[in-house]
Write a protein that binds this ligand. Structure first.
Ligand SMILES: *Cc1c(COP(=O)(O)O)cnc(C)c1O
Length: 421
């Protein structure tokens, strides 16, 4: 081995000479545009979404235009958006919804929120739902599948939609981490029955907290609105006919200040995508043919946001050694799953779900008399997911990285891969 190839962990020169900064996405682009948009709303004192030509309504129109969908509504969070979608599809007590074992706990919590039971299915090398396991997990109680596009990477959506069609199930796409992504030329969230965005601080674009629900289906949308706004018919005075008798459920109303900010951030979404996508392309180009790992399967590379590059090491032990060696080179990567950190993106750490803890001692929704199924959870129920995540090393690509950083990251990965092969 060349002297320059000696690993830093063994006393060699680190591949990375400039520290790799941390960073986010839309949040990094906040400037006077957002500040002025928010200030203008405050000055106007028009702070209610049902006022004429409100910021919320304008935002919703702009989102519909961007996604090519008929209906959208701005809400207080991505969790709320998922809850609205489930209620919109009339999912509730007695029903099961299949969610991936690797997603933020909010995906499963939204199912519980409408009184339905989450069923946890394995992920595959896409780090998204494994279509084969989805099919195995279908029962007579299943009503919907919730594919999640993690870290901006679209999952195997075609295969999941085909299974849903075959079994006459709904598909609600959790796009909370993938705002801006697409799949086979269409925005994610528009191929299933409906989709949800989060505008939380960590996501593609942000209003600190926020969410968007969208669908083409007028009936799903009407019920989603009832779920989101307890007094809806009072605000929409002109509307007298409803397909579903109005019901009152929860208060997830979006607000004008954040909607004004969201409109500015939406204009910056392409800037975020262009930056991250071009850096990920560069990284992929610079990486040698891997020996110690395989790349995460990306079902539609053109639709990937470019936020994440994941390596699946051949064994968990190799993943640990690669992680340590890369750390010494100056690249902070750890395995997604390890015993040290209770990451709520991994089902094994969803204590409230695994323990079937409800808001009251009665144990709803699992003990709801309407529920005739018998879902069984355990920490090791998805061994394939735990195996994949214990081998997964992730490099985040964000707005604070530039080409120089990416060249150094690639050099570190290539060096470690060659040395440990
Ligand atoms: C962030 C996130 C959510 C929830 O969004 P909030 O806005 O935080 O409620 C749901 N699903 C996934 C996959 C997420 O990453």
């Amino acid at each position: 081995m060349l002297a320059s190839g000696k690993l830093a962990i063994d006393g060699g020169q680190p591949a990375i000479t400039q520290p790799i900064p941390g960073g986010g996405y839309g949040v990094e682009l906040i400037d006077d545009q957002e500040i002025n948009a928010v200030a203008d709303v405050l000055r106007s004192k028009k702070l209610f979404r049902f006022m004429e030509n409100s910021q919320c309504q304008q935002l919703e129109q702009e989102i519909c235009n961007r996604l090519g969908v008929k209906h959208s509504v701005f809400l207080n969070s991505g969790t709320s958006a998922l809850t609205c979608g489930l209620a919109g599809m009339q999912i509730g007590p007695g029903h099961e919804v299949i969610v991936p074992a690797y997603t933020y706990i909010a995906s499963a919590a939204a199912v519980v929120g409408v009184g339905a039971v989450p069923v946890i299915a394995e992920i595959d090398d896409s780090l998204g739902l494994d279509p084969a396991d989805v099919e195995r997990k279908i029962t007579p109680h299943t009503r919907a599948i919730m594919p999640v596009h993690m870290q901006g990477v679209p999952c195997r959506l075609d295969a999941i939609i085909a299974i849903a069609k075959k079994h006459k199930l709904f598909v609600i796409e959790d796009c909370c981490q993938a705002v801006g992504s697409s799949y086979r030329g269409k925005p994610t969230g528009t191929r299933g029955n409906c989709g949800a965005w989060s505008l939380n601080y960590y996501k593609s674009i942000t209003t600190s907290e926020g969410g968007v629900f969208f669908t083409d289906d007028p009936d799903i949308f009407e019920r989603a609105l009832f779920q989101s706004e307890v007094g809806l018919p009072m605000w929409l005075k002109d509307r007298t006919t409803w397909k579903t008798p109005p019901f009152s459920r929860a208060g997830y109303r979006g607000n004008e200040i954040l909607a004004a900010m969201a409109r500015v951030q939406l204009q910056k979404l392409n800037c975020v995508l262009d930056h991250c996508r071009s850096l990920k392309k560069l990284l992929l180009k610079l990486l040698n043919e891997p020996k110690c790992y395989v790349r995460q399967h990306v079902d539609d590379p053109d639709g990937d946001n470019g936020f994440s590059f994941a390596m699946l090491a051949l064994t968990p032990d190799l993943a640990r050694r690669m992680g340590q060696a890369m750390q010494a080179e100056g690249l902070g990567v750890g395995t997604a799953y390890n015993d040290g950190f209770p990451d709520r993106h991994i089902y094994a750490f969803w204590d409230s779900i695994l323990n079937k803890t409800g808001a009251t001692p009665a144990g709803y929704p699992w003990k709801d008399p309407a529920y005739k199924g018998n879902v069984v959870y355990s920490k090791d129920m998805c061994p394939r997911t735990l195996d994949i995540l214990s081998r997964a090393l992730r490099v985040g690509i964000h707005m604070k990285l530039n080409e120089t950083h990416v060249r150094q990251i690639a050099a570190a990965i290539n060096k470690v891969d060659a040395a440990l092969a």
